[in-house]
Design a protein around this ligand. Sequence first.
Ligand code: MRU
Length: 355
Amino acid sequence: MSLESIKYKRGNLEILDQLLLPIHTRYVKVQGVEDGWKVINKMQVRGAPAIAIVGCLSLAVELLKDNSSDKKIMRQEIEGKLNYLVSARPTAVNIKLAADKLITLANDLSADENVSPDDFKERFISSIESMLTKDIEDNKAIGRFGCEAILKNLGGDGLVRILTHCNTGSLATAGYGTALGVIRCLYERKRIEHVYCTETRPYNQGARLTAYELVHEKIPATLVVDSMVSALMHARKITAVVVGADRVAANGDTANKIGTYQIAIVAKYHEVPFYVAAPLTSIDMSLTSGERIKIEERPDREMTHIGEHRIAAAGIKCWNPSFDVTPASLITGIITERGVFDPDKLKEIIPKLSN
Ligand code: MRU
């Protein structure tokens, strides 16, 4: 069974505390929007799809306890709370797009005279709950499309060696994963020879979380330090790199975990295909290019300490951008739940796809 990062039953939300993994498995109760904001901001839950789902579910939990019978007040509060949740982490766009959709729904339900306050609540909460199953379905489709693209490119019936960065698996989504979903699908089809995952400094999502998921799934895998990627590509033939995304701009430029950009450069040099696997909810057509993506900067402590242990000299200054932007020109394809797209073609294709 794959790892469960989000446990939800109507009125009850718990998240697996990712700050404690892989040492401790502990779930944290999320009792409403304030808790939702905190677990996202502290990165107890992380990964663009999981951030969106947990944020919205925290609102569903809070709304269920709300006895208000005034739709206008509910609508107003929902909008304020969603905007607050979006502010917890600024780079991943999924929560912003989910919030915009839910605000539109709240406006429509509030304006419809045939909808009672109870119906409003029911339909609004159900809409949030449907994000959980939709995300898993989308991830499975991403997995299939990505697997097929990589195998087609490979030709023949050989095995593949995949490099991935950060964590894009069950822990970063409602389940199955995006880039890790592609790896999962390749493994299910018995086409994986080996997976390499980077440590992903400074927060170590690769060493702590991806390595944990790969070991859990018994997928043959090796951990490498971020600075080993060039040596790895030189020493061992990598079939493809597959990473996730926090925000893809309309021109295909992609923000993902810090270090992604340098892996894409190294992949280009070694002629290794470089794929971004992400749901359509990670594509932000309102931004013309990656230059306009806001990059979150995290506290110095994530660099200077591991847990309670200081690893950097006291007094040193730090720069800790959590993400970087890989130019579209370095990306072979963007793997979505609707197919694999050339990054240059997003502007043409995305408006034609209905959700
Ligand atoms: O800072 P994080 O851990 O939230 O960053 C996560 C990533 O960069 C992932 O690659 C991205 O969110 C995609 S998760 C399916």
